[in-house]
Design a binder for this molecule. Structure first.
Ligand code: HEC
Ligand code: HEC
Length: 368
């Protein structure tokens, strides 16, 4: 009885084994999981969409696409043309980007890093809520790469380099919009900035200078509303209140805000959701690497950080948006006076957010 059982089991195993052997394709599809190597304690937990786990092959494909002018109609422009790694993936000093036909766009190019923590809204007005969909928009935008998805798919399918790269990343040579978007999403999500002087000071590996430390205090101090006579030399009033909107380890909130820029014509967020209260509000940018992302604001109106700081101290306008919403920008405008020394300290602190390792990281550079 026992013997028979053993035979049956063995026979079944043999059949099972031979089946498996017969079904094994020449090269089974497998990908290598992508591993992040930044210091996990300085940023929020890794946050990757479940349906697009990062793989070495997918990130590499996305990186090729990002740097390849093949995505534009006349093969003259890649994503990197307006998103240069050396400038924290912003444009090369242009207030507003220029597309392939020389058309000047409406807005300032945006930095690309730490995007895994703003998966809920892309572009200055947050009109795209999924990164892989966002990635397709510049390709078809007439003022940017001005190409059709049909043409892009055809061009990529005719390239043996891409047929191979798509099969390695996604086990298919049939290239479509979704996969192009997913590959670009993977590359962009792999781009992390977490090793600025600020981070190293948090980890107690370095120390701020006295000036940077003063700047940090100004950055994180609340502006106090005073009804008394304004006193530019009142040492109490150094609260720059920057942290309210550019707070936490990402140096941004995930909100659409106004910072009182005068003469804004672009209605920003309100144009997307039709809510008049959101008119003239924009995605609050991260201030990491801000030293490298000039010119500043959605329209690139300021060339230097000193001009930006001066804006927050004097020129804020509530002509276009209500500044009294939380946090109260009136308090900042009406009560904070920084001496030249204080302004310089605030700028010095902002410069501690520059991450040279990220700006020079060969993994994010042109793969060709
Ligand atoms: C002609 C210049 C130009 C090209 C080419 C370009 N971009 Fe952009 N990019 C911009 C501008 C300008 C914005 C802001 C646009 C807006 O808010 O309306 C932007 C915004 C973005 C954002 C939003 C970031 C955020 O924090 O919300 C991402 C991501 C991005 N681009 C990725 C890409 C990718 C991927 C490509 C290539 C497929 C690309 N860009 C090609 C100029 C360009
Ligand atoms: C009420 C929220 C709020 C406060 C407080 C605030 N900001 Fe901003 N900041 C914004 C918004 C919103 C933008 C983008 C505005 C736009 O482009 O129209 C911005 C843009 C910037 C930019 C430009 C970044 C870029 O990439 O273009 C810098 C630099 C900046 N802020 C620094 C500061 C500093 C320094 C302080 C403190 C003195 C501060 N901010 C306080 C909301 C705020």
């Amino acid at each position: 009885m026992k013997k028979t059982l053993v035979y049956i089991v063995l026979a079944t195993l043999a059949v099972a084994c031979s089946d498996v052997v017969n079904e094994v394709p020449d090269t089974p599809f497998s990908t290598t999981p992508y591993t992040f190597n930044f210091n996990k304690s300085v940023l929020p937990p890794v946050n990757i969409p479940v349906d697009n786990a990062l793989t070495v092959e997918g990130v590499q494909l996305g990186r090729m696409l990002f740097y390849d002018p093949i995505l534009s109609a006349d093969s003259s422009q890649s994503c990197a043309s307006c998103h240069n790694q050396k400038n924290a993936f912003t444009d090369n000093g242009l207030a507003r980007s220029t597309g392939i036909n020389g058309t000047i766009g409406q807005r300032n190019s945006m930095p690309i890093f730490n995007l895994m923590w703003h998966l809920d809204g892309f572009f200055w007005d947050g009109r795209s809520d999924i990164l892989r969909h966002q990635a397709i928009e510049p390709i078809i935008d007439q003022t940017e790469m001005n190409e059709t998805i049909g043409n892009v798919m055809a061009k990529l399918s005719n390239s043996s380099r891409y047929s191979l790269a798509f099969s390695k990343a996604f086990d298919t040579e049939s290239i479509d919009k979704e996969l192009i978007g997913k590959a670009l999403e993977q590359f962009m999500l792999s781009v992390v900035s977490a090793n600025s002087k600020f981070d190293r000071v948090q980890l107690q590996l370095e120390e701020f200078t006295i000036q940077e430390r003063t700047g940090q205090v100004i950055y994180n101090e609340e502006a106090i509303t005073i009804n008394e006579e304004r006193d530019p030399n009142n040492p109490e009033n150094i609260g720059g209140d920057c942290f309210h909107c550019h707070g936490n380890s990402l140096f941004m909130t995930r909100e659409y805000m106004t910072n009182g820029l005068p003469n804004v014509t672009d209605i920003g967020r309100g144009g997307v959701n039709g809510n008049a209260r959101d008119n003239y509000k924009f995605k609050t940018p991260s201030l990491r690497n801000v030293e490298k992302t000039a010119p500043y604001m959605h329209d690139g109106r300021f060339n230097t950080l000193e001009e930006v700081v001066q804006h927050y101290l004097s020129d804020m306008s509530d002509a276009t948006a209500d500044l009294s919403e939380e946090p109260n920008m009136h308090a900042l405008r009406d009560s904070v006076y920084l001496s030249e020394e204080h302004k310089a300290a605030l700028v010095a602190f902002l410069k501690t957010l520059t991450d040279d390792e990220f700006l020079d990281n060969p993994a994010y550079d042109n793969p060709f």
